[in-house]
Design a protein around this ligand. Structure first.
Ligand code: NAD
Length: 332
């Protein structure tokens, strides 16, 4: 087993494991899970060096927080824990100070703790910029002063708002998802230079492109176009022929990024935690990687519209689905 590697998370100074545990699958976002296996996955992750856990009230509409709270019982002091406020359902957002203050108490209770190492504004692209800057971020700083959160972060999909907020506001971390992986590297064109210059902690979530870059393939609700799924299936076949898997290659590719402190992958099964940890410190096969990039080329860097229109990245396309299937998938 490879030893875990730790990096400093920007100006927070926290020494975080390069693999973070994304807890959205614990909320059955990718289909129902066996809670006992979820507990074992969390235990295995902690025993093998993962010290960063990410969750949100949105995941499983509070189920992921409740489960993670149970699973972390007695282990809170071994890890860095982060949750989020402002997003509560696919189309339910509230960026007000009042709701943030209420939400943090509820999340702390579900997670059986009295502080978060990092607390994040979930999906800033769904809010007016003025509200984020004049209300939501100041509310987060109030929580910092009260000792309920140690550091403040923002998350989202379009890179333009993440970049612009990072340029001017006092934030410690930025989480971006599905924008640095085998099929999309636009994070580096837009966000990475600003993050680097301001020493903000960079968290790259969804390195498997929310399951597109796995043998199983995308869930029903995935917003990307079908042609990406088709290309990924062909890449998966090629990887198999090379004696590896598309998910291994995708993790190796993401983990190699120098500016990313945490590659945040969603997990609910021991075998996934074990596989992903084994990849720490390993290199992707260069020849295979070049072939895979070539195969993805016609569908690479395709990103969709998410949030208010004024927050769209230039060139974003319409989503394949609204994502409402996600609620159905959670119930299966
Ligand atoms: P992901 O790309 O990490 O994919 C997760 C899926 O891949 C799950 O179905 C999981 O079971 C599967 N998987 C994990 N390891 C695997 C392996 N080795 N082989 C095969 N399958 C494997 O997508 P994600 O879970 O959406 O993203 C990671 C985490 O980042 C989330 O859980 C969440 O905590 C965070 N996140 C945050 C935001 C936000 O704040 N806006 C958005 C997306 C993700």
């Amino acid at each position: 087993m490879a030893d875990m590697i730790y990096k400093t998370l920007g100006k927070t100074g926290l020494r975080v494991s390069v693999i973070g545990f994304g807890a959205s699958p614990l909320g059955s976002e990718f289909g129902t899970i066996d809670p006992a296996e979820g507990q074992r996955a969390v235990d295995y992750a902690i025993d093998n060096g993962i010290n960063y856990f990410d969750v949100a009230p949105y995941y499983g509409r509070t189920l992921a927080e409740t489960r993670l709270g149970q699973f972390l019982e007695g282990k809170r002091d071994k890890i860095f824990l982060t949750s989020k406020a402002c997003r509560y359902d696919i189309l339910d957002f509230d960026y007000s100070e009042e709701r943030i203050m209420r939400s943090v108490e509820q999340s702390l209770q579900r997670l059986r703790t009295d502080y978060f190492d990092i607390y994040q504004i979930h999906d800033v692209e769904y809010a007016k910029r003025e509200q984020i800057i004049n209300e939501s971020i100041p509310a987060m700083h109030k929580l910092k002063k009260q000792g309920k959160v140690r550091f403040v972060g923002i998350t989202g999909y379009p890179l333009t708002p993440l970049k612009e907020i990072s340029q001017t506001e006092d934030i410690d971390t930025v989480l971006t998802y599905c924008r640095y992986n085998l099929a999309d590297t636009t994070m580096d064109d837009i966000l990475t230079p600003v993050i680097r210059s301001r020493n903000i902690g960079l968290i790259n979530a969804s390195p498997l492109h929310m399951r597109v870059l796995t043998e199983k393939g995308a869930p029903e609700w995935h917003p990307a176009p079908e042609k990406l799924f088709k290309a990924a299936a062909e890449v998966a076949e090629l990887c198999r022929a090379h004696g590896t898997t598309i998910s291994d290659l995708a993790m190796q590719f993401a983990l190699a990024h120098k500016d990313v402190s945490i590659t945040l992958v969603g997990m609910s099964k021991v075998r996934h935690v074990e596989t992903n940890i084994k990849l720490v410190g390993t290199e992707p096969d260069k020849e295979l990687l070049a072939k895979v990039h070539q195969m993805f080329k016609p569908v690479s860097n395709i990103y969709w519209k998410e949030g208010l229109p004024e927050n769209d990245d230039p060139g974003a396309i319409d989503k394949r689905t609204l994502g409402l299937e996600r609620n159905e998938e959670m119930k299966q």
